[in-house]
Design a protein around this ligand. Structure first.
Ligand SMILES: [Mg+2]
Ligand SMILES: [Zn+2]
Length: 170
């Protein structure tokens, strides 16, 4: 299967400064992310979300808060006929020395162990340097969403829908 690996915060939904996340209860979808994900799916991509959530182990949000937020996120996706194959999240912070905090490869390795993923036809969309480095680790084409990242091998896009335009998806 081909997969669109998507970062969550700043790529699909609005991101905030770390401390502000403690008071954020509802996901705010960015322009072009719902239609973009719909278009990716219509063109045969499966969607896997990989998200760093070190705010959990930093004590800024609770695991319960994360899960409630995720439930609402998923129900909005469902209401828009967007099936998310999997969400992988890393709750760890730097001191945990885990193997899943992006750009470490743990979350994508988990996906590769579970699904038969054709990396040659898969893509990665994100907005941070950690996303870029992770994408490069797996040799995935990297689409930078509304990001100031500057590397010669990234493709800059305004939104996930814009990625679909770039890929000439119909
Ligand atoms: Mg992000
Ligand atoms: Zn981790």
């Amino acid at each position: 299967m081909k997969v669109a690996f998507l970062d969550r915060d700043g790529t699909i939904i609005k991101d905030y400064p770390d401390e502000k996340w403690s008071s954020i209860k509802h996901p705010e979808f960015l322009e072009g992310s719902i239609d973009g994900m719909q278009k990716l799916i219509a063109n045969g991509y499966h969607i896997i979300i990989i998200t760093n959530q070190y705010l959990i182990n930093d004590g800024i949000i609770t695991l319960d808060q994360y899960q409630q937020f995720t439930q609402e996120f998923l129900s909005i996706c469902q209401n828009n006929n967007i099936n998310i194959l999997e969400i992988y999240f890393c709750p760890h912070n730097e001191q945990d020395h885990c193997n899943c905090k992006k750009p470490k490869p743990g979350m994508i390795n988990q996906a590769l162990a579970k699904y038969n993923i054709d990396l040659n036809n898969s893509i990665y969309c994100g907005d941070s340097e950690a996303d870029y480095l992770l994408a490069k680790h797996f040799n995935l084409p990297f689409y930078a969403i509304s990001s100031s990242l500057d590397y010669p091998d990234i493709i800059k896009c305004d939104s996930i829908l814009d990625v679909c335009h770039y890929l000439e998806l119909t």
